[in-house]
Ligand binder design. Structure first.
Ligand code: CAO
Length: 416
């Protein structure tokens, strides 16, 4: 099967998570992704949180599948020369170095554009160019704080809270992938490359846009009726943390199921969708609530929504999270069990769909990773192992016209 991005060569100058998540996605869809890494050490995640001595850490293997690895010291003149050749023959360069690092290396946007006017140069930074924090280096949690996620996540009586989901890293990488694909389509029309830049702060904020909605509503009316603070608590002039509230028009909460006393994940998320009130009452065995004026409308329910949740928890007390969902699904109630990583790793549906995949690796044996969450009718992305450090150095250099002697010479000066 011909993959849609076959023939697109990408210089992957990325490290840690935000950039690698982007290029991994493009590699799954057929791009020839060449990861350029410093000789001897490579991407720092190869060594971070290792679970097997001397084998690449899962942090690396789970973000760098389907790629090639070329070791190259791009600060040495010999290394720069190789990189220049590669730039002339590639379509995209992706990087997520700290601010100014690529310029200091001698590869500013102007220089790259001069070397290859058709090249798309894609960057992740913590903050956008020109922002008053644009000199800062940024990691995941820093971005979650800067992008509005932390101030709106958690409970009102606790501190700002970080989400486990990589809103700053992988999310930014996904935004960048969209930018790259857009620029590639643009290039088909204009013949020109361009610079694509995504900041982690902007990407987090993009996912928090409903909180910016709430800020404006709060300023206009002074309260947010779907938050637990309404109507009994107080609102300040900023969007509060809403715990596990639904956040949209549908109230919801995380509710205890059978076994919660000993199992920290014996919970379901339960949503009270407005038009599902009647089925909810039927499922709970509370038909008298259907037409009771204290329960009939969303407005009537909101002042005592936590009493309602408590009644649902009483109903859940003798049901596991899976049993509860199996009953509620018959009533068309939006809900799900709170699933652990262990349950997800072993979920037969996720295995069958290719969302959880087992990948054989030369040194590690096989490991689990998350495959493409995007499903196509004509493409089944196949996940192959991440490369060993420098595994494809000779192959890539040969494809650029370097002879065995040239490669030997480059090795002698430790440029590769
Ligand atoms: N050969 C020679 N030098 C290389 C090289 C290579 N193949 N690859 C990288 N380098 C050099 C860079 O040129 C840079 O050198 P100078 O600082 O001397 O110019 C140096 O390695 C380190 O780059 P860095 O600033 O990117 O690395 P860091 O570990 O200090 O910072 C990070 C890491 C992630 C904080 C920073 O890269 C950053 O802010 N990136 C942008 C935001 C981002 O993507 N963050 C998400 C990371 S995922 O959580």
């Amino acid at each position: 099967m011909t993959k849609p991005l076959e023939g697109i060569r990408i210089i992957d100058f990325t490290h840690v998570q935000a950039g690698p998540a982007c290029t991994q996605l493009l590699a799954w869809f057929g791009a020839d992704v060449i990861k350029v890494e410093r000789p001897g050490s490579g991407d720092v995640t190869r060594n971070q949180l290792r679970d097997i001595p001397d084998a690449d850490a899962l942090y690396f293997t789970m973000l760098n599948s389907n790629k090639k690895s070329l070791t190259l010291d791009t600060k040495k003149p010999e290394g720069k020369e190789v990189l220049e050749k590669l730039i002339r023959e590639s379509d995209v360069l992706v990087e997520n170095f700290g601010p100014g690092a690529l310029d200091r290396m001698g590869f500013s946007w102007e220089r790259l554009n001069e070397l290859n006017p058709k090249m798309i140069v894609a960057s992740v930074k913590g903050f956008s160019d020109g922002h008053h924090y644009d000199d800062l280096k940024v990691y995941e949690n820093v971005a979650q704080c800067a992008g509005g996620a932390a101030s709106t996540t958690g409970f009102w009586d606790g501190p700002p809270t970080i989400s486990a989901a990589a809103l700053g890293d992988s999310n930014t990488g996904m935004h960048l992938a969209i930018g790259i694909l857009t620029a590639l389509l643009g290039r088909d029309k204009t013949g020109k490359g361009q610079k694509v830049a995504v900041s982690m702060q902007d990407s987090v904020l993009n996912l928090c846009r409903v909180k910016l909605r709430d800020q404006q509503r709060l300023e206009r009316v002074g309260y947010l009726e779907e938050y637990p603070q309404y109507p009994h608590g107080e609102f300040s002039d900023v969007v509060p943390r809403g715990g596990n509230a639904g956040g949209g028009g549908q109230p919801g909460w995380v509710l205890k199921c059978k076994g919660w006393e000993s199992d920290p994940n014996a919970y379901i998320y339960f949503t009270i969708q407005g038009h599902a009130w009647e089925p909810i009452c039927k499922a709970l065995g509370k038909p008298e609530w259907i037409d009771d004026p204290a329960y009939k409308t969303a407005e009537a329910r909101q002042p005592h929504i936590f009493e309602i949740f408590k009644t649902i928890e009483d109903w859940l007390a003798d049901k596991t999270k899976f049993e509860a969902v199996d009953i509620l699904r018959k009533f068309d109630i939006p809900c799900a069990p709170v699933l652990t990583m262990k349950e997800l790793a072993n979920d037969p549906s996720l295995r069958a769909s290719g969302t959880i995949v087992e990948v054989p690796h030369k040194k590690r044996g096989s490991y689990l990773t998350v495959g493409s969450p995007i499903k196509f009718s004509d493409l089944k992305p196949e996940v192959t192992a991440s490369p060993l450090l420098g595994e494809h150095t000779e192959e890539v250099l040969a494809s650029l016209g370097y002879s065995k002697q040239d490669i030997f010479n480059l090795r002698e000066v430790k440029a590769v």
